[in-house]
Design a protein around this ligand. Structure first.
Ligand SMILES: Nc1ncnc2c1ncn2[C@@H]1O[C@H](COP(=O)(O)OP(=O)(O)OP(=O)(O)O)[C@@H](O)[C@H]1O
Ligand SMILES: O=c1[nH]c(=O)c2[nH+]cn([C@@H]3O[C@H](COP(=O)(O)O)[C@@H](O)[C@H]3O)c2[nH]1
Ligand SMILES: NC(=O)CC[C@H](N)C(=O)O
Ligand SMILES: [Mg+2]
Length: 537
């Protein structure tokens, strides 16, 4: 028997994504109800699906169903014999499916809060709003239904939207104009529960601990008794949690590799090695490739993208060399076969980015991890976290006994300090940026602010300023401190230290100028994202 995917093990609600910025939240809310769900693009053909969903949710989306190039669901969705819930665009899509004339541009667009009144019918039709009467919902639409499709009834209305909720009189098809998945619709989770549990009869048996057991079992079946797995591990929470799961599943047949690119934080390689091997029993090799990275970065002063590409490519070279070496060594051990698998710490948002029905977004910067590896290595991928969000990974890490410090670590980019040194990356610049960063982060921890901040670091600007130290003129470098608050790293605001501690920034600034040789000024970066980005390059 092959390894079973989660949708074969749990009752699953299929979310078809029409490109709404809230689509992933639908999946999220369902999981909070312990109902497993998966999101696929709205163009998914049902015949190509190897499993049968318990119900289908059609998400919102930025299009208008009557536009010529608007996306539409596979008509087979409406014949699948399972309940359907259309949300916003999803409601309009459902109505359009029955009668293409009944969705129009509204005279008034409706964004924000609205109060819904529920219309009573019979028990079957009323199940979606069971336990709810009048409540506040979040609206975000410009189109509306001109009339009800035949066979449907109105189940909810607002002053502005006479068809805020509709239901098919015989089949379990429901449509709502508002968004139940956002926190601004306080009873939204109850509506999703009514749909998934009461109408679709999905079992509420998905949980993190179940997930761990099943995932370990799945990995064992996939890899077999002899297969070996290699994985790039950075000491960040994603790759550490993935590595710990692998270790539980196949022990020493998992080979974790940390590449010291010379751009890690102060003492990082040593600390990660200690935590992962001694603390978590993970078989980790650290490769010191700092000279190679720094020599390839020498003289690159102009284009940050060039830096990123050099770092990404060098990373692949070093990793491939190591993989060959591990494989050669493994041939001499009786137990282990070839390395056939590569572990990646991919999370659900990364998956959504690549499958979401949104069209191409412009490239702001090239994120460099191990993205180039699988093609070059001809390895199969294992991505145990691909169904999870970051905070779920943190919860999982805690359940797996990973120390709290590591679980709550701020994200750290693969190219590391290299993209925080503006201008040429030299060993001396790395020293300055690293020492300044260490002081900043240590002070943040000492002040008890680490968990209030999503990500913080010190960067080195490519300019010099004049100062006076010990009565002498100095002409030295400038450090920029950056600390941001964000939930999804797509938008962010500066962290306001002054709200917590009036003297904090000054204290850090004094320490950096006094203790880090070569720095005479410290600035605080107040830019939000957008228009800035979190990293400097
Ligand atoms: N120095 C490194 N050595 C080995 N692998 C690395 C290194 N830096 C990054 N990687 C790989 O790139 C992947 C992506 O990095 P990313 O920073 O997004 O995730 P993470 O480090 O696991 O977690 P976090 O987002 O919390 O930092 C990592 O999961 C890891 O596989
Ligand atoms: O693994 C990574 N490889 C990269 O090349 C990379 N570039 C940015 N980041 C991280 O992504 C988040 C958003 O950063 P930006 O606003 O700078 O794009 C922030 O958390 C950044 O630290 C990276 N992570
Ligand atoms: N949020 C949505 O799904 C919007 C649907 C459609 N674009 C409208 O404006 O009505
Ligand atoms: Mg990282």
């Amino acid at each position: 028997m092959g390894a079973q995917e989660p949708h074969e093990l749990f009752d699953t609600i299929l979310v078809l994504d029409f490109g709404s910025q809230y689509s992933h939240l639908i999946t999220r809310r369902l999981r909070e109800l312990n109902v497993y769900s998966e999101m696929l693009p709205c163009t998914q053909k049902l015949a190509d699906l190897s499993w049968k969903p318990k119900g289908i949710i059609l998400s919102g989306g930025p299009y208008s169903v009557y536009e010529t190039d608007a996306p539409h669901a596979d008509p087979a969705v409406f014949e699948a014999g399972v309940p359907i819930l259309g949300i916003c665009y999803g409601l309009q899509e459902m109505a359009w499916h029955y009668d293409t004339s009944n969705v129009l541009a509204g005279e008034k667009r409706e964004y924000g809060a609205a109060t819904i009144r529920v219309d009573k019918h019979d028990k079957r039709v009323d199940r979606l709003f069971n336990g709810i009467d009048e409540f506040v919902v979040w609206m975000s639409h410009g189109d509306k239904l001109g009339h009800l499709p035949a066979e449907f009834v109105v189940i909810a209305e607002t002053n502005n939207a006479p068809f805020a909720g509709i239901a098919h009189q015989e089949r379990d098809f429901y449509g709502i104009q508002f968004h139940p998945e956002v926190t601004h619709t306080p009873r939204g989770t109850k509506i999703l529960q009514n749909f998934a549990v009461d109408i679709c009869h999905a079992s509420q048996n998905w949980s993190m601990s179940q997930f761990v057991d099943k995932e370990i079992e799945r990995i064992r079946t996939l890899v077999g008794d002899k297969g070996q797995v290699i994985g790039a591990v950075s000491g960040g929470v994603d790759s550490t949690v993935a590595a710990k799961l692998m270790k539980e599943a196949i022990g020493d047949r998992f080979h974790a590799v940390l590449v010291d690119n010379g751009l890690l934080r102060l003492n990082e390689a040593v600390e990660v090695k200690k935590t992962l091997t001694e603390g978590l029993g993970i078989n980790l090799t650290v490769i010191d490739a700092s000279d190679l990275f720094l020599s390839r970065l020498k003289g690159v002063t102009d284009d940050p993208e060039k830096k990123r590409k050099i770092i990404g490519n060098t990373f692949i070279d070093v990793f491939l060399d190591k993989a060959k070496q591990i494989e050669a060594e493994a041939r001499n051990t009786p137990r282990a076969g070839n390395i056939e698998w590569l572990l990646q710490g991919t999370l659900y948002p990364d998956v959504i980015e690549s499958i979401s029905f949104k069209g191409p977004s412009s490239t702001i910067k090239t994120h460099h991890n191990v993205g180039g590896l699988p093609a070059k290595m001809d390895l199969k991928l294992i991505e145990p976290l691909r169904e999870l969000f970051k905070d779920e990974v943190r919860e999982l890490g805690t359940q797996l006994g990973i120390p709290e410090d590591l679980v709550w670590r701020h994200p750290f980019p693969g190219p590391g300090i290299g993209i925080r040194i503006l201008g040429e990356v030299t060993p001396e610049q790395v020293r300055i940026a690293r020492e300044a960063d260490h002081i900043f982060i240590s002070e943040i921890k000492a002040a008890g602010l680490y968990r209030h901040i999503s990500q913080a670091f010190a960067a080195l600007l490519p300019v010099k300023a004049v100062g006076v130290m010990g009565d002498k003129r100095v002409h030295d470098q400038v450090v920029a401190l950056r600390a941001v608050v964000t939930t999804d790293f797509m938008t962010a605001r500066m962290f306001n230290f002054w709200e917590h501690d009036m003297d904090f920034v000054e204290r850090v600034s004094t320490r950096i100028v006094n203790e880090v040789q070569g720095v005479c000024r410290v600035f605080y970066d107040t830019t939000s994202k957008p228009p800035g980005t979190i990293e400097m390059e």
